[in-house]
Structures are given as C-alpha cells and as structure tokens.
Design a protein around this ligand. Structure first.
Ligand code: 5GP
Ligand code: MN
Length: 322
C-alpha cells in the first residue's frame, strides 16, 4: 500500500457521486460498522450510496439490530452498476459473495481492509494489517478526507473497533486504537450502552447454547488445543440464530490449558464453518490452505468433515513448522 493509494481513496471519498459499498458475507461488527459508517458519511455529503453484502436475500442481523442505518441496506440484486465500488473488511475478493461480479464491473474498486493475506484485488488498495479493524481505517480516511464523523457514525465505527479488538484485549489493541476509540466517544457515544447492546443482549436460549458448547468442549492437552461444535439442531432447540454465535469461540479458548481453539458450526448444507482462534501460534495458513483466511490469530474456513479436520489441526499443531 502506497501513500498515493491512500490519497486516491480520499479523493474518491470526497468526489464520488454514486457508490456501492459491500462488506464480507456473514458480517461481524467491524464489517457492518465500517459499511454503514462509511455509507452514512458519503450520503451526508450528498452521494447516492448502496450499502449491501453478497448474500441474496440479505438475512436478518438480529444481534446487530440496534445499529443505526440498517434500514438503508439495499438487496444485492437491486444494486445498480456504479462507477465506484468500495469493499470493506474483505480479506479476499471471494468474501464479497454474490456481489463480487458487480464489484468487478466498477471502474474504481476500492479495497479497504486490514487482513494480512489481502492480495490487493482493488484498483485502489487501502490494506493496513496494522490497523485494529477496518472501522479504524474508515475513521482515519474520513478524517483525512475532511468529512465529519457524527455521533451515529461514531457509534458504528466504535462497534467495529470494540468487536474486532475483543473489547480492547487482543494483540491488535494499540495505544493509537484507544486514542481513536476515545475520539469516537467524544462525540457522545455511550460505551456502556453500546457494550450492553453488543455483549449482553443475546436471547435467553443463548445461555443454553453456551452450556452445550462448553459441555462438549474436548481438550487435546498435548497440543494445547480445544474444540467444540454447534449443530443446526442446537440452534433450533435453543432458538438462537447462527449469526449470534460469533463470540462462542472466545469462551472455549479462555483457559490456561489452551493455545488454539476451534469452534465448528454446522451450516444449512451440512458443511462446517470453522472459527479458529490462537493465543500465539499463527493459524491463518491452515485456514488459507483450506480455502479460508483471516488473521494470524483469528481465522476461518469451511470443512466437510469435523473429525478429520480436528485430526488435521492436531497434526499441524504437533508439527512445529506448521
Ligand atoms: P470468524 O471465525 O470470526 O468467522 O473469522 C475470523 C477471521 O477470519 C475474520 O477476520 C474473518 O474475516 C476471517 N475469515 C473467516 N472466514 C474466512 C474465509 O472463508 N475466507 C477469508 N479470506 N477470511 C475468513
Ligand atoms: Mn475486521
């Protein structure tokens, strides 16, 4: 990433009149916060914006239902071809899902992201693996573009930062992250109100689901590896949406016995979405080799079989070079 790409992105944010914005499929707090925050900033200065992501139709994001601007989302099938397309928090182009072909049709494709494996699929690439979150990058770009960050945008961007840093606890939390977050709070955002919405508003059935996940957790003590799983039946029984299970992997990694944690989540099609978390050892290569990706200490991929994937993970952890 060169400073000229940063400047080019700023020029686009200042001048574009019709902009499609998309985050990755199965959006998390950073994806949604960056998407809706940047869309609002551009709309406030008079641009027509089409915020979306590549799942047709867009599912409910019930766990983020309080976020301002969800009513501005456009179905991916209803997005026109715009000269400018901005991809947010997408470590690879395929994370755009159904909307990737539309992104390819734009004259200018701005790729704003903080995943280290990002190969620069945009015509303008603002890829900063040092940034805590894509929301942090959006905030810095908006500032440099001279666009106002109002309290609503601050709510959205703070959501991105606080979720991607695990409430300011992961390795991506730097003094600068806290300074930026503090500036967002200066606009009047209430950190405790937002924390309650984000971390204490799950439906009651969530507790029962947590119980199942914890009860099933299996430790491979020698490999310092733990794994557990959630089936479609669990989601039915507890009345919890798959989108609400993002933070469960943090629970199983939370003991001294463990360095690496994997949570397997059964999809509608029977395959498993695997969320990997590590305290020290890089696990992104393992995910990338299976068609996924992510950060060194937080990555994901899709697997056909749970047992064999667990064995492969254990074997990789026994091999010091893996
Ligand atoms: P999660 O476990 O929360 O779904 O994902 C952890 C991290 O890995 C996030 O940064 C997410 O964007 C990334 N990630 C998850 N799944 C994939 C995938 O299939 N491909 C890529 N490139 N990144 C992924
Ligand atoms: Mn992110």
């Amino acid at each position: 990433m060169t400073s000229s790409e940063w400047d080019a992105a700023i020029e686009v944010l200042r001048t574009a009149t019709d902009v499609t914005l998309a985050c990755h499929v199965n959006p998390d707090g950073d994806a949604l916060g960056s998407l809706l925050g940047l869309s609002r900033a551009l709309a406030n200065r008079g641009a027509r914006t089409y915020p979306t992501w590549g799942t047709t139709p867009l599912p409910d994001v019930s766990n983020f239902g309080f976020l301002p601007g969800l009513d501005t989302l456009v179905q991916p099938g209803e997005v026109p071809v715009t000269p400018v397309f901005i991809a947010l928090d997408c470590g690879a182009a395929d994370r755009l899902g159904d909307i990737e072909p539309l992104a390819r049709k734009a004259e200018v494709l701005v790729n704003i992201d903080h995943h280290p494996g990002n190969e620069g699929f945009g015509t303008i690439n603002v890829v900063h693996p040092d940034a805590s979150s894509t929301a942090e990058l959006v905030m810095r770009l908006l500032r440099d573009a001279g666009l106002e960050i109002d309290q609503v945008m601050a709510t959205l961007l703070y959501t991105g930062i606080v979720t991607d840093t695990g409430r300011f606890s992961y390795v991506n939390t730097s003094p600068n992250t806290l300074r930026l977050a503090a500036d967002l709070l200066e606009t009047g955002v209430s950190a405790p109100d937002l924390a309650r919405e984000l971390f204490e508003s799950a439906p009651f059935g969530y507790l029962k689901l947590v119980g199942r996940v914890l009860d099933r957790a299996e430790l491979a003590a020698d490999e310092r590896f733990v794994h557990s799983w959630i089936t479609q039946q669990d989601l039915k029984d507890t009345d919890v949406a798959l989108a609400e299970t993002d933070r469960l992997v943090d629970l199983i990694r939370g003991t001294a016995a463990v360095d690496v944690a994997a949570l397997f989540k059964e999809q509608m099609d029977g395959r498993w979405r695997v969320s990997l978390r590590s305290k020290t050892r890089g696990i992104a290569d393992f995910a990338r080799a299976r068609g996924g990706g992510g950060h060194e200490l937080a990555a994901g991929f899709t697997a056909r079989d749970r047992d064999s994937t667990v064995e492969e993970l254990k074997a990789a952890l026994r091999n010091p070079s893996a």
